[in-house]
Write a protein that binds this ligand. Structure first.
Ligand code: NAP
Ligand code: MG
Length: 502
């Protein structure tokens, strides 16, 4: 089958104008080319065509951005800004994102491959929601008061309170699967806390980060408060994580790069938050409503073409329902409409890059070679885009690479289980612990099972449901710390105790 091509002429004039613009880094409120003069190409993954160029920045550009962020932090105009004023700025940025939501969604679609319609309704809606939620926090960020009873000062009257002081300069490094949403998860709480930021988007998807910088500039953020530098991870990204002037790195990406970030952070012992990979189990209990569980499990893996850190990539089905669920999910996979992101009827777009397409295909090959059976997909459609047909494997065993490793594509492995203990053991048999879902109508089963799953989020009769008010993050090798919720802002502060002898 040949996939239709992406038609950029259907996009808004502003989108095309932005693609054609000469892009620069946003440092200290100014647009600046990489000092080396180098640029990197931005591709449309639906066609493989170059659609734009952005700076290919290195340690020199990062150093300049960190110095600008440091100065903006130290001159205290930002830190001392009244919380309500900082809130208004963040709301203004959210307003501008809302006004330009269609352009943002089109840029994201062309850059990443995802559906523009879904990007507007999900990615951008959640990104704006995050900006607004975090905008509301500065005026509510209070410490506590207490009366110390220090034993060695029995005759002194003491009074103490705590302050949440911004941690300083934050380096934010994000991946390509939800570029705008994940950058908002970082910059919104960091800015709300009073930090200044150097943001590096993924090399594959830099466009919306540059667009957000443009909007932040229009919103009136002081120079140096938000800096956006584009470039590769091994150059620009590594320079952020090793920079002695960065106080905290907040990273979303692979577990492999997460380890490199931790090693690089040891120089100045900068604080590190990591949101890493996953291999999340979806568990269909014998009593599950299959009319909900089958489409739910399918969307749990195939949403965003499987490029979701919480993708339900391991499906465990009670043996009594196994054949029905497998056939139902395979049927969904076989009937999904593959196409470019700008076509509103597309259900599965291209993967983000040729490398990613090859990586996913090599996992499919490894599954095939190790004896697993493919009952849907397993190949790529014809054409230039980086598409992979939604794929379902059965007859796997727990040692296979396709069961153990994060594939980050539309590939599902389905395994049967006998009872609760069996499925707990299988579900937890992973180095990851990001998320899990349970499909059941039995309230006792749900409450027994959920706490036994080693996962940062457990969904019941749904999958991939995120909310900015809910803490998000991983157990085990899926990360350190939590994003979202009010505590996400506190994570960009140091708690300071002030003790006063009265
Ligand atoms: P990645 O290769 O780890 O890249 C993530 C970011 O890190 C990119 O901006 C990348 O830059 C940069 N980077 C690469 N090497 C670096 C280094 N040595 N030092 C500093 N930065 C470096 O991940 P990806 O392939 O883009 O994204 C997929 C991964 O992200 C998956 O494992 C997925 O599970 C994970 N993810 C996790 C969450 C979560 O919240 N837990 C959410 C989404 C994705 P370049 O791309 O420019 O090289
Ligand atoms: Mg990468």
């Amino acid at each position: 089958m040949n996939v239709a091509t992406n038609d950029l002429s259907t996009t808004r004039p502003e989108t095309r104008e932005f693609l054609a613009a000469e892009h620069k880094n946003f440092i200290n409120g100014q647009w600046q080319a990489a000092k080396s003069g180098k640029t990197l190409e931005v591709y449309d993954p639906a066609t493989g065509q170059t659609v734009s160029h952005v700076p290919d920045s290195d340690a020199v550009d990062i150093d300049e951005a960190v110095k600008a962020a440091r100065q903006a932090f130290e001159d205290r105009a930002w830190q001392n800004m009244k919380p309500a004023v900082r809130e208004r700025l963040l709301h203004r940025l959210a307003d501008l994102m809302e006004t330009n939501v269609d352009i943002l969604a089109e840029l994201e679609s062309i850059d990443n491959g995802k559906s523009a319609a879904v990007s507007g309704a999900v990615d951008m809606a959640c990104a704006i929601d995050c900006m607004r939620y975090m905008a509301g926090v500065p005026s509510k960020l209070n410490g506590s008061t207490l009366k110390p009873s220090t034993p060695f000062m029995p005759d002194s009257e003491l009074f103490a309170y705590t302050n949440h002081v911004p941690v300083g300069v934050v380096g934010a490094i994000v991946p390509w699967n939800f570029p705008t949403l994940l950058l908002c998860w970082k910059i919104a709480p960091a800015l709300a806390a009073g930090c200044t930021v150097v943001l590096k988007p993924a090399e594959e998807t830099p466009l919306t980060a540059l667009y957000i910088a443009k909007l932040a500039s229009e919103a009136g953020f002081p120079p140096g408060v938000l800096n956006v530098v584009t470039g590769y991870g091994h150059t620009a990204g590594a320079a952020i994580s090793a920079h002695p002037g960065v106080d905290k790195v907040t990273f979303t990406g692979s577990t492999e790069v997460g380890r490199l970030i931790v090693q690089a952070a040891t120089g100045n012992l900068k604080k590190v938050t990591l949101e890493l990979g996953g291999k999340s189990p979806a568990i269909v209990m014998p009593d599950a409503d299959l009319d909900i569980a089958i489409p739910g499990a399918a969307s749990g893996i195939f949403f965003n073409h499987g490029q979701v850190c919480t993708a339900g990539s391991r499906l465990y089905v009670h043996k009594s329902q196994f054949d029905r669920v497998v056939e139902g999910v395979a049927d969904v996979a076989r009937n999904m409409k593959i196409g470019p992101g700008l076509d509103p009827t597309t259900e599965i777009g291209p993967l983000v890059s040729k490398i990613q397409q090859e990586r996913v295909c090599s996992y499919i090959e490894s599954g095939r070679e190790s004896g697993a059976e493919i009952i849907a997909g397993g190949d790529t459609p014809d054409g230039n885009g980086y598409f992979v047909n939604p794929t379902v494997f059965v007859n796997t065993n727990p040692d296979m690479k396709i069961v153990r490793e994060e594939i980050f594509g539309p590939v599902l492995v389905v395994q049967p289980f006998d009872d609760l203990d069996d499925v707990v053991a299988q579900a937890n048999d992973s180095p990851f612990g990001l998320a899990a879902s349970i499909w059941s109508k039995d309230v006792s089963t749900i409450h027994r099972l959920a706490p036994r799953l080693r996962a940062g989020t457990v969904w019941v009769n749904c999958h991939n449901v995120i909310d900015v008010a809910l803490p998000f993050g991983g157990f085990k090798e899926s990360g350190w710390g939590r994003e979202n919720g009010i505590d996400a802002v506190k994570a960009f502060t140091e708690t300071q105790s002030v003790v006063i002898s009265l």
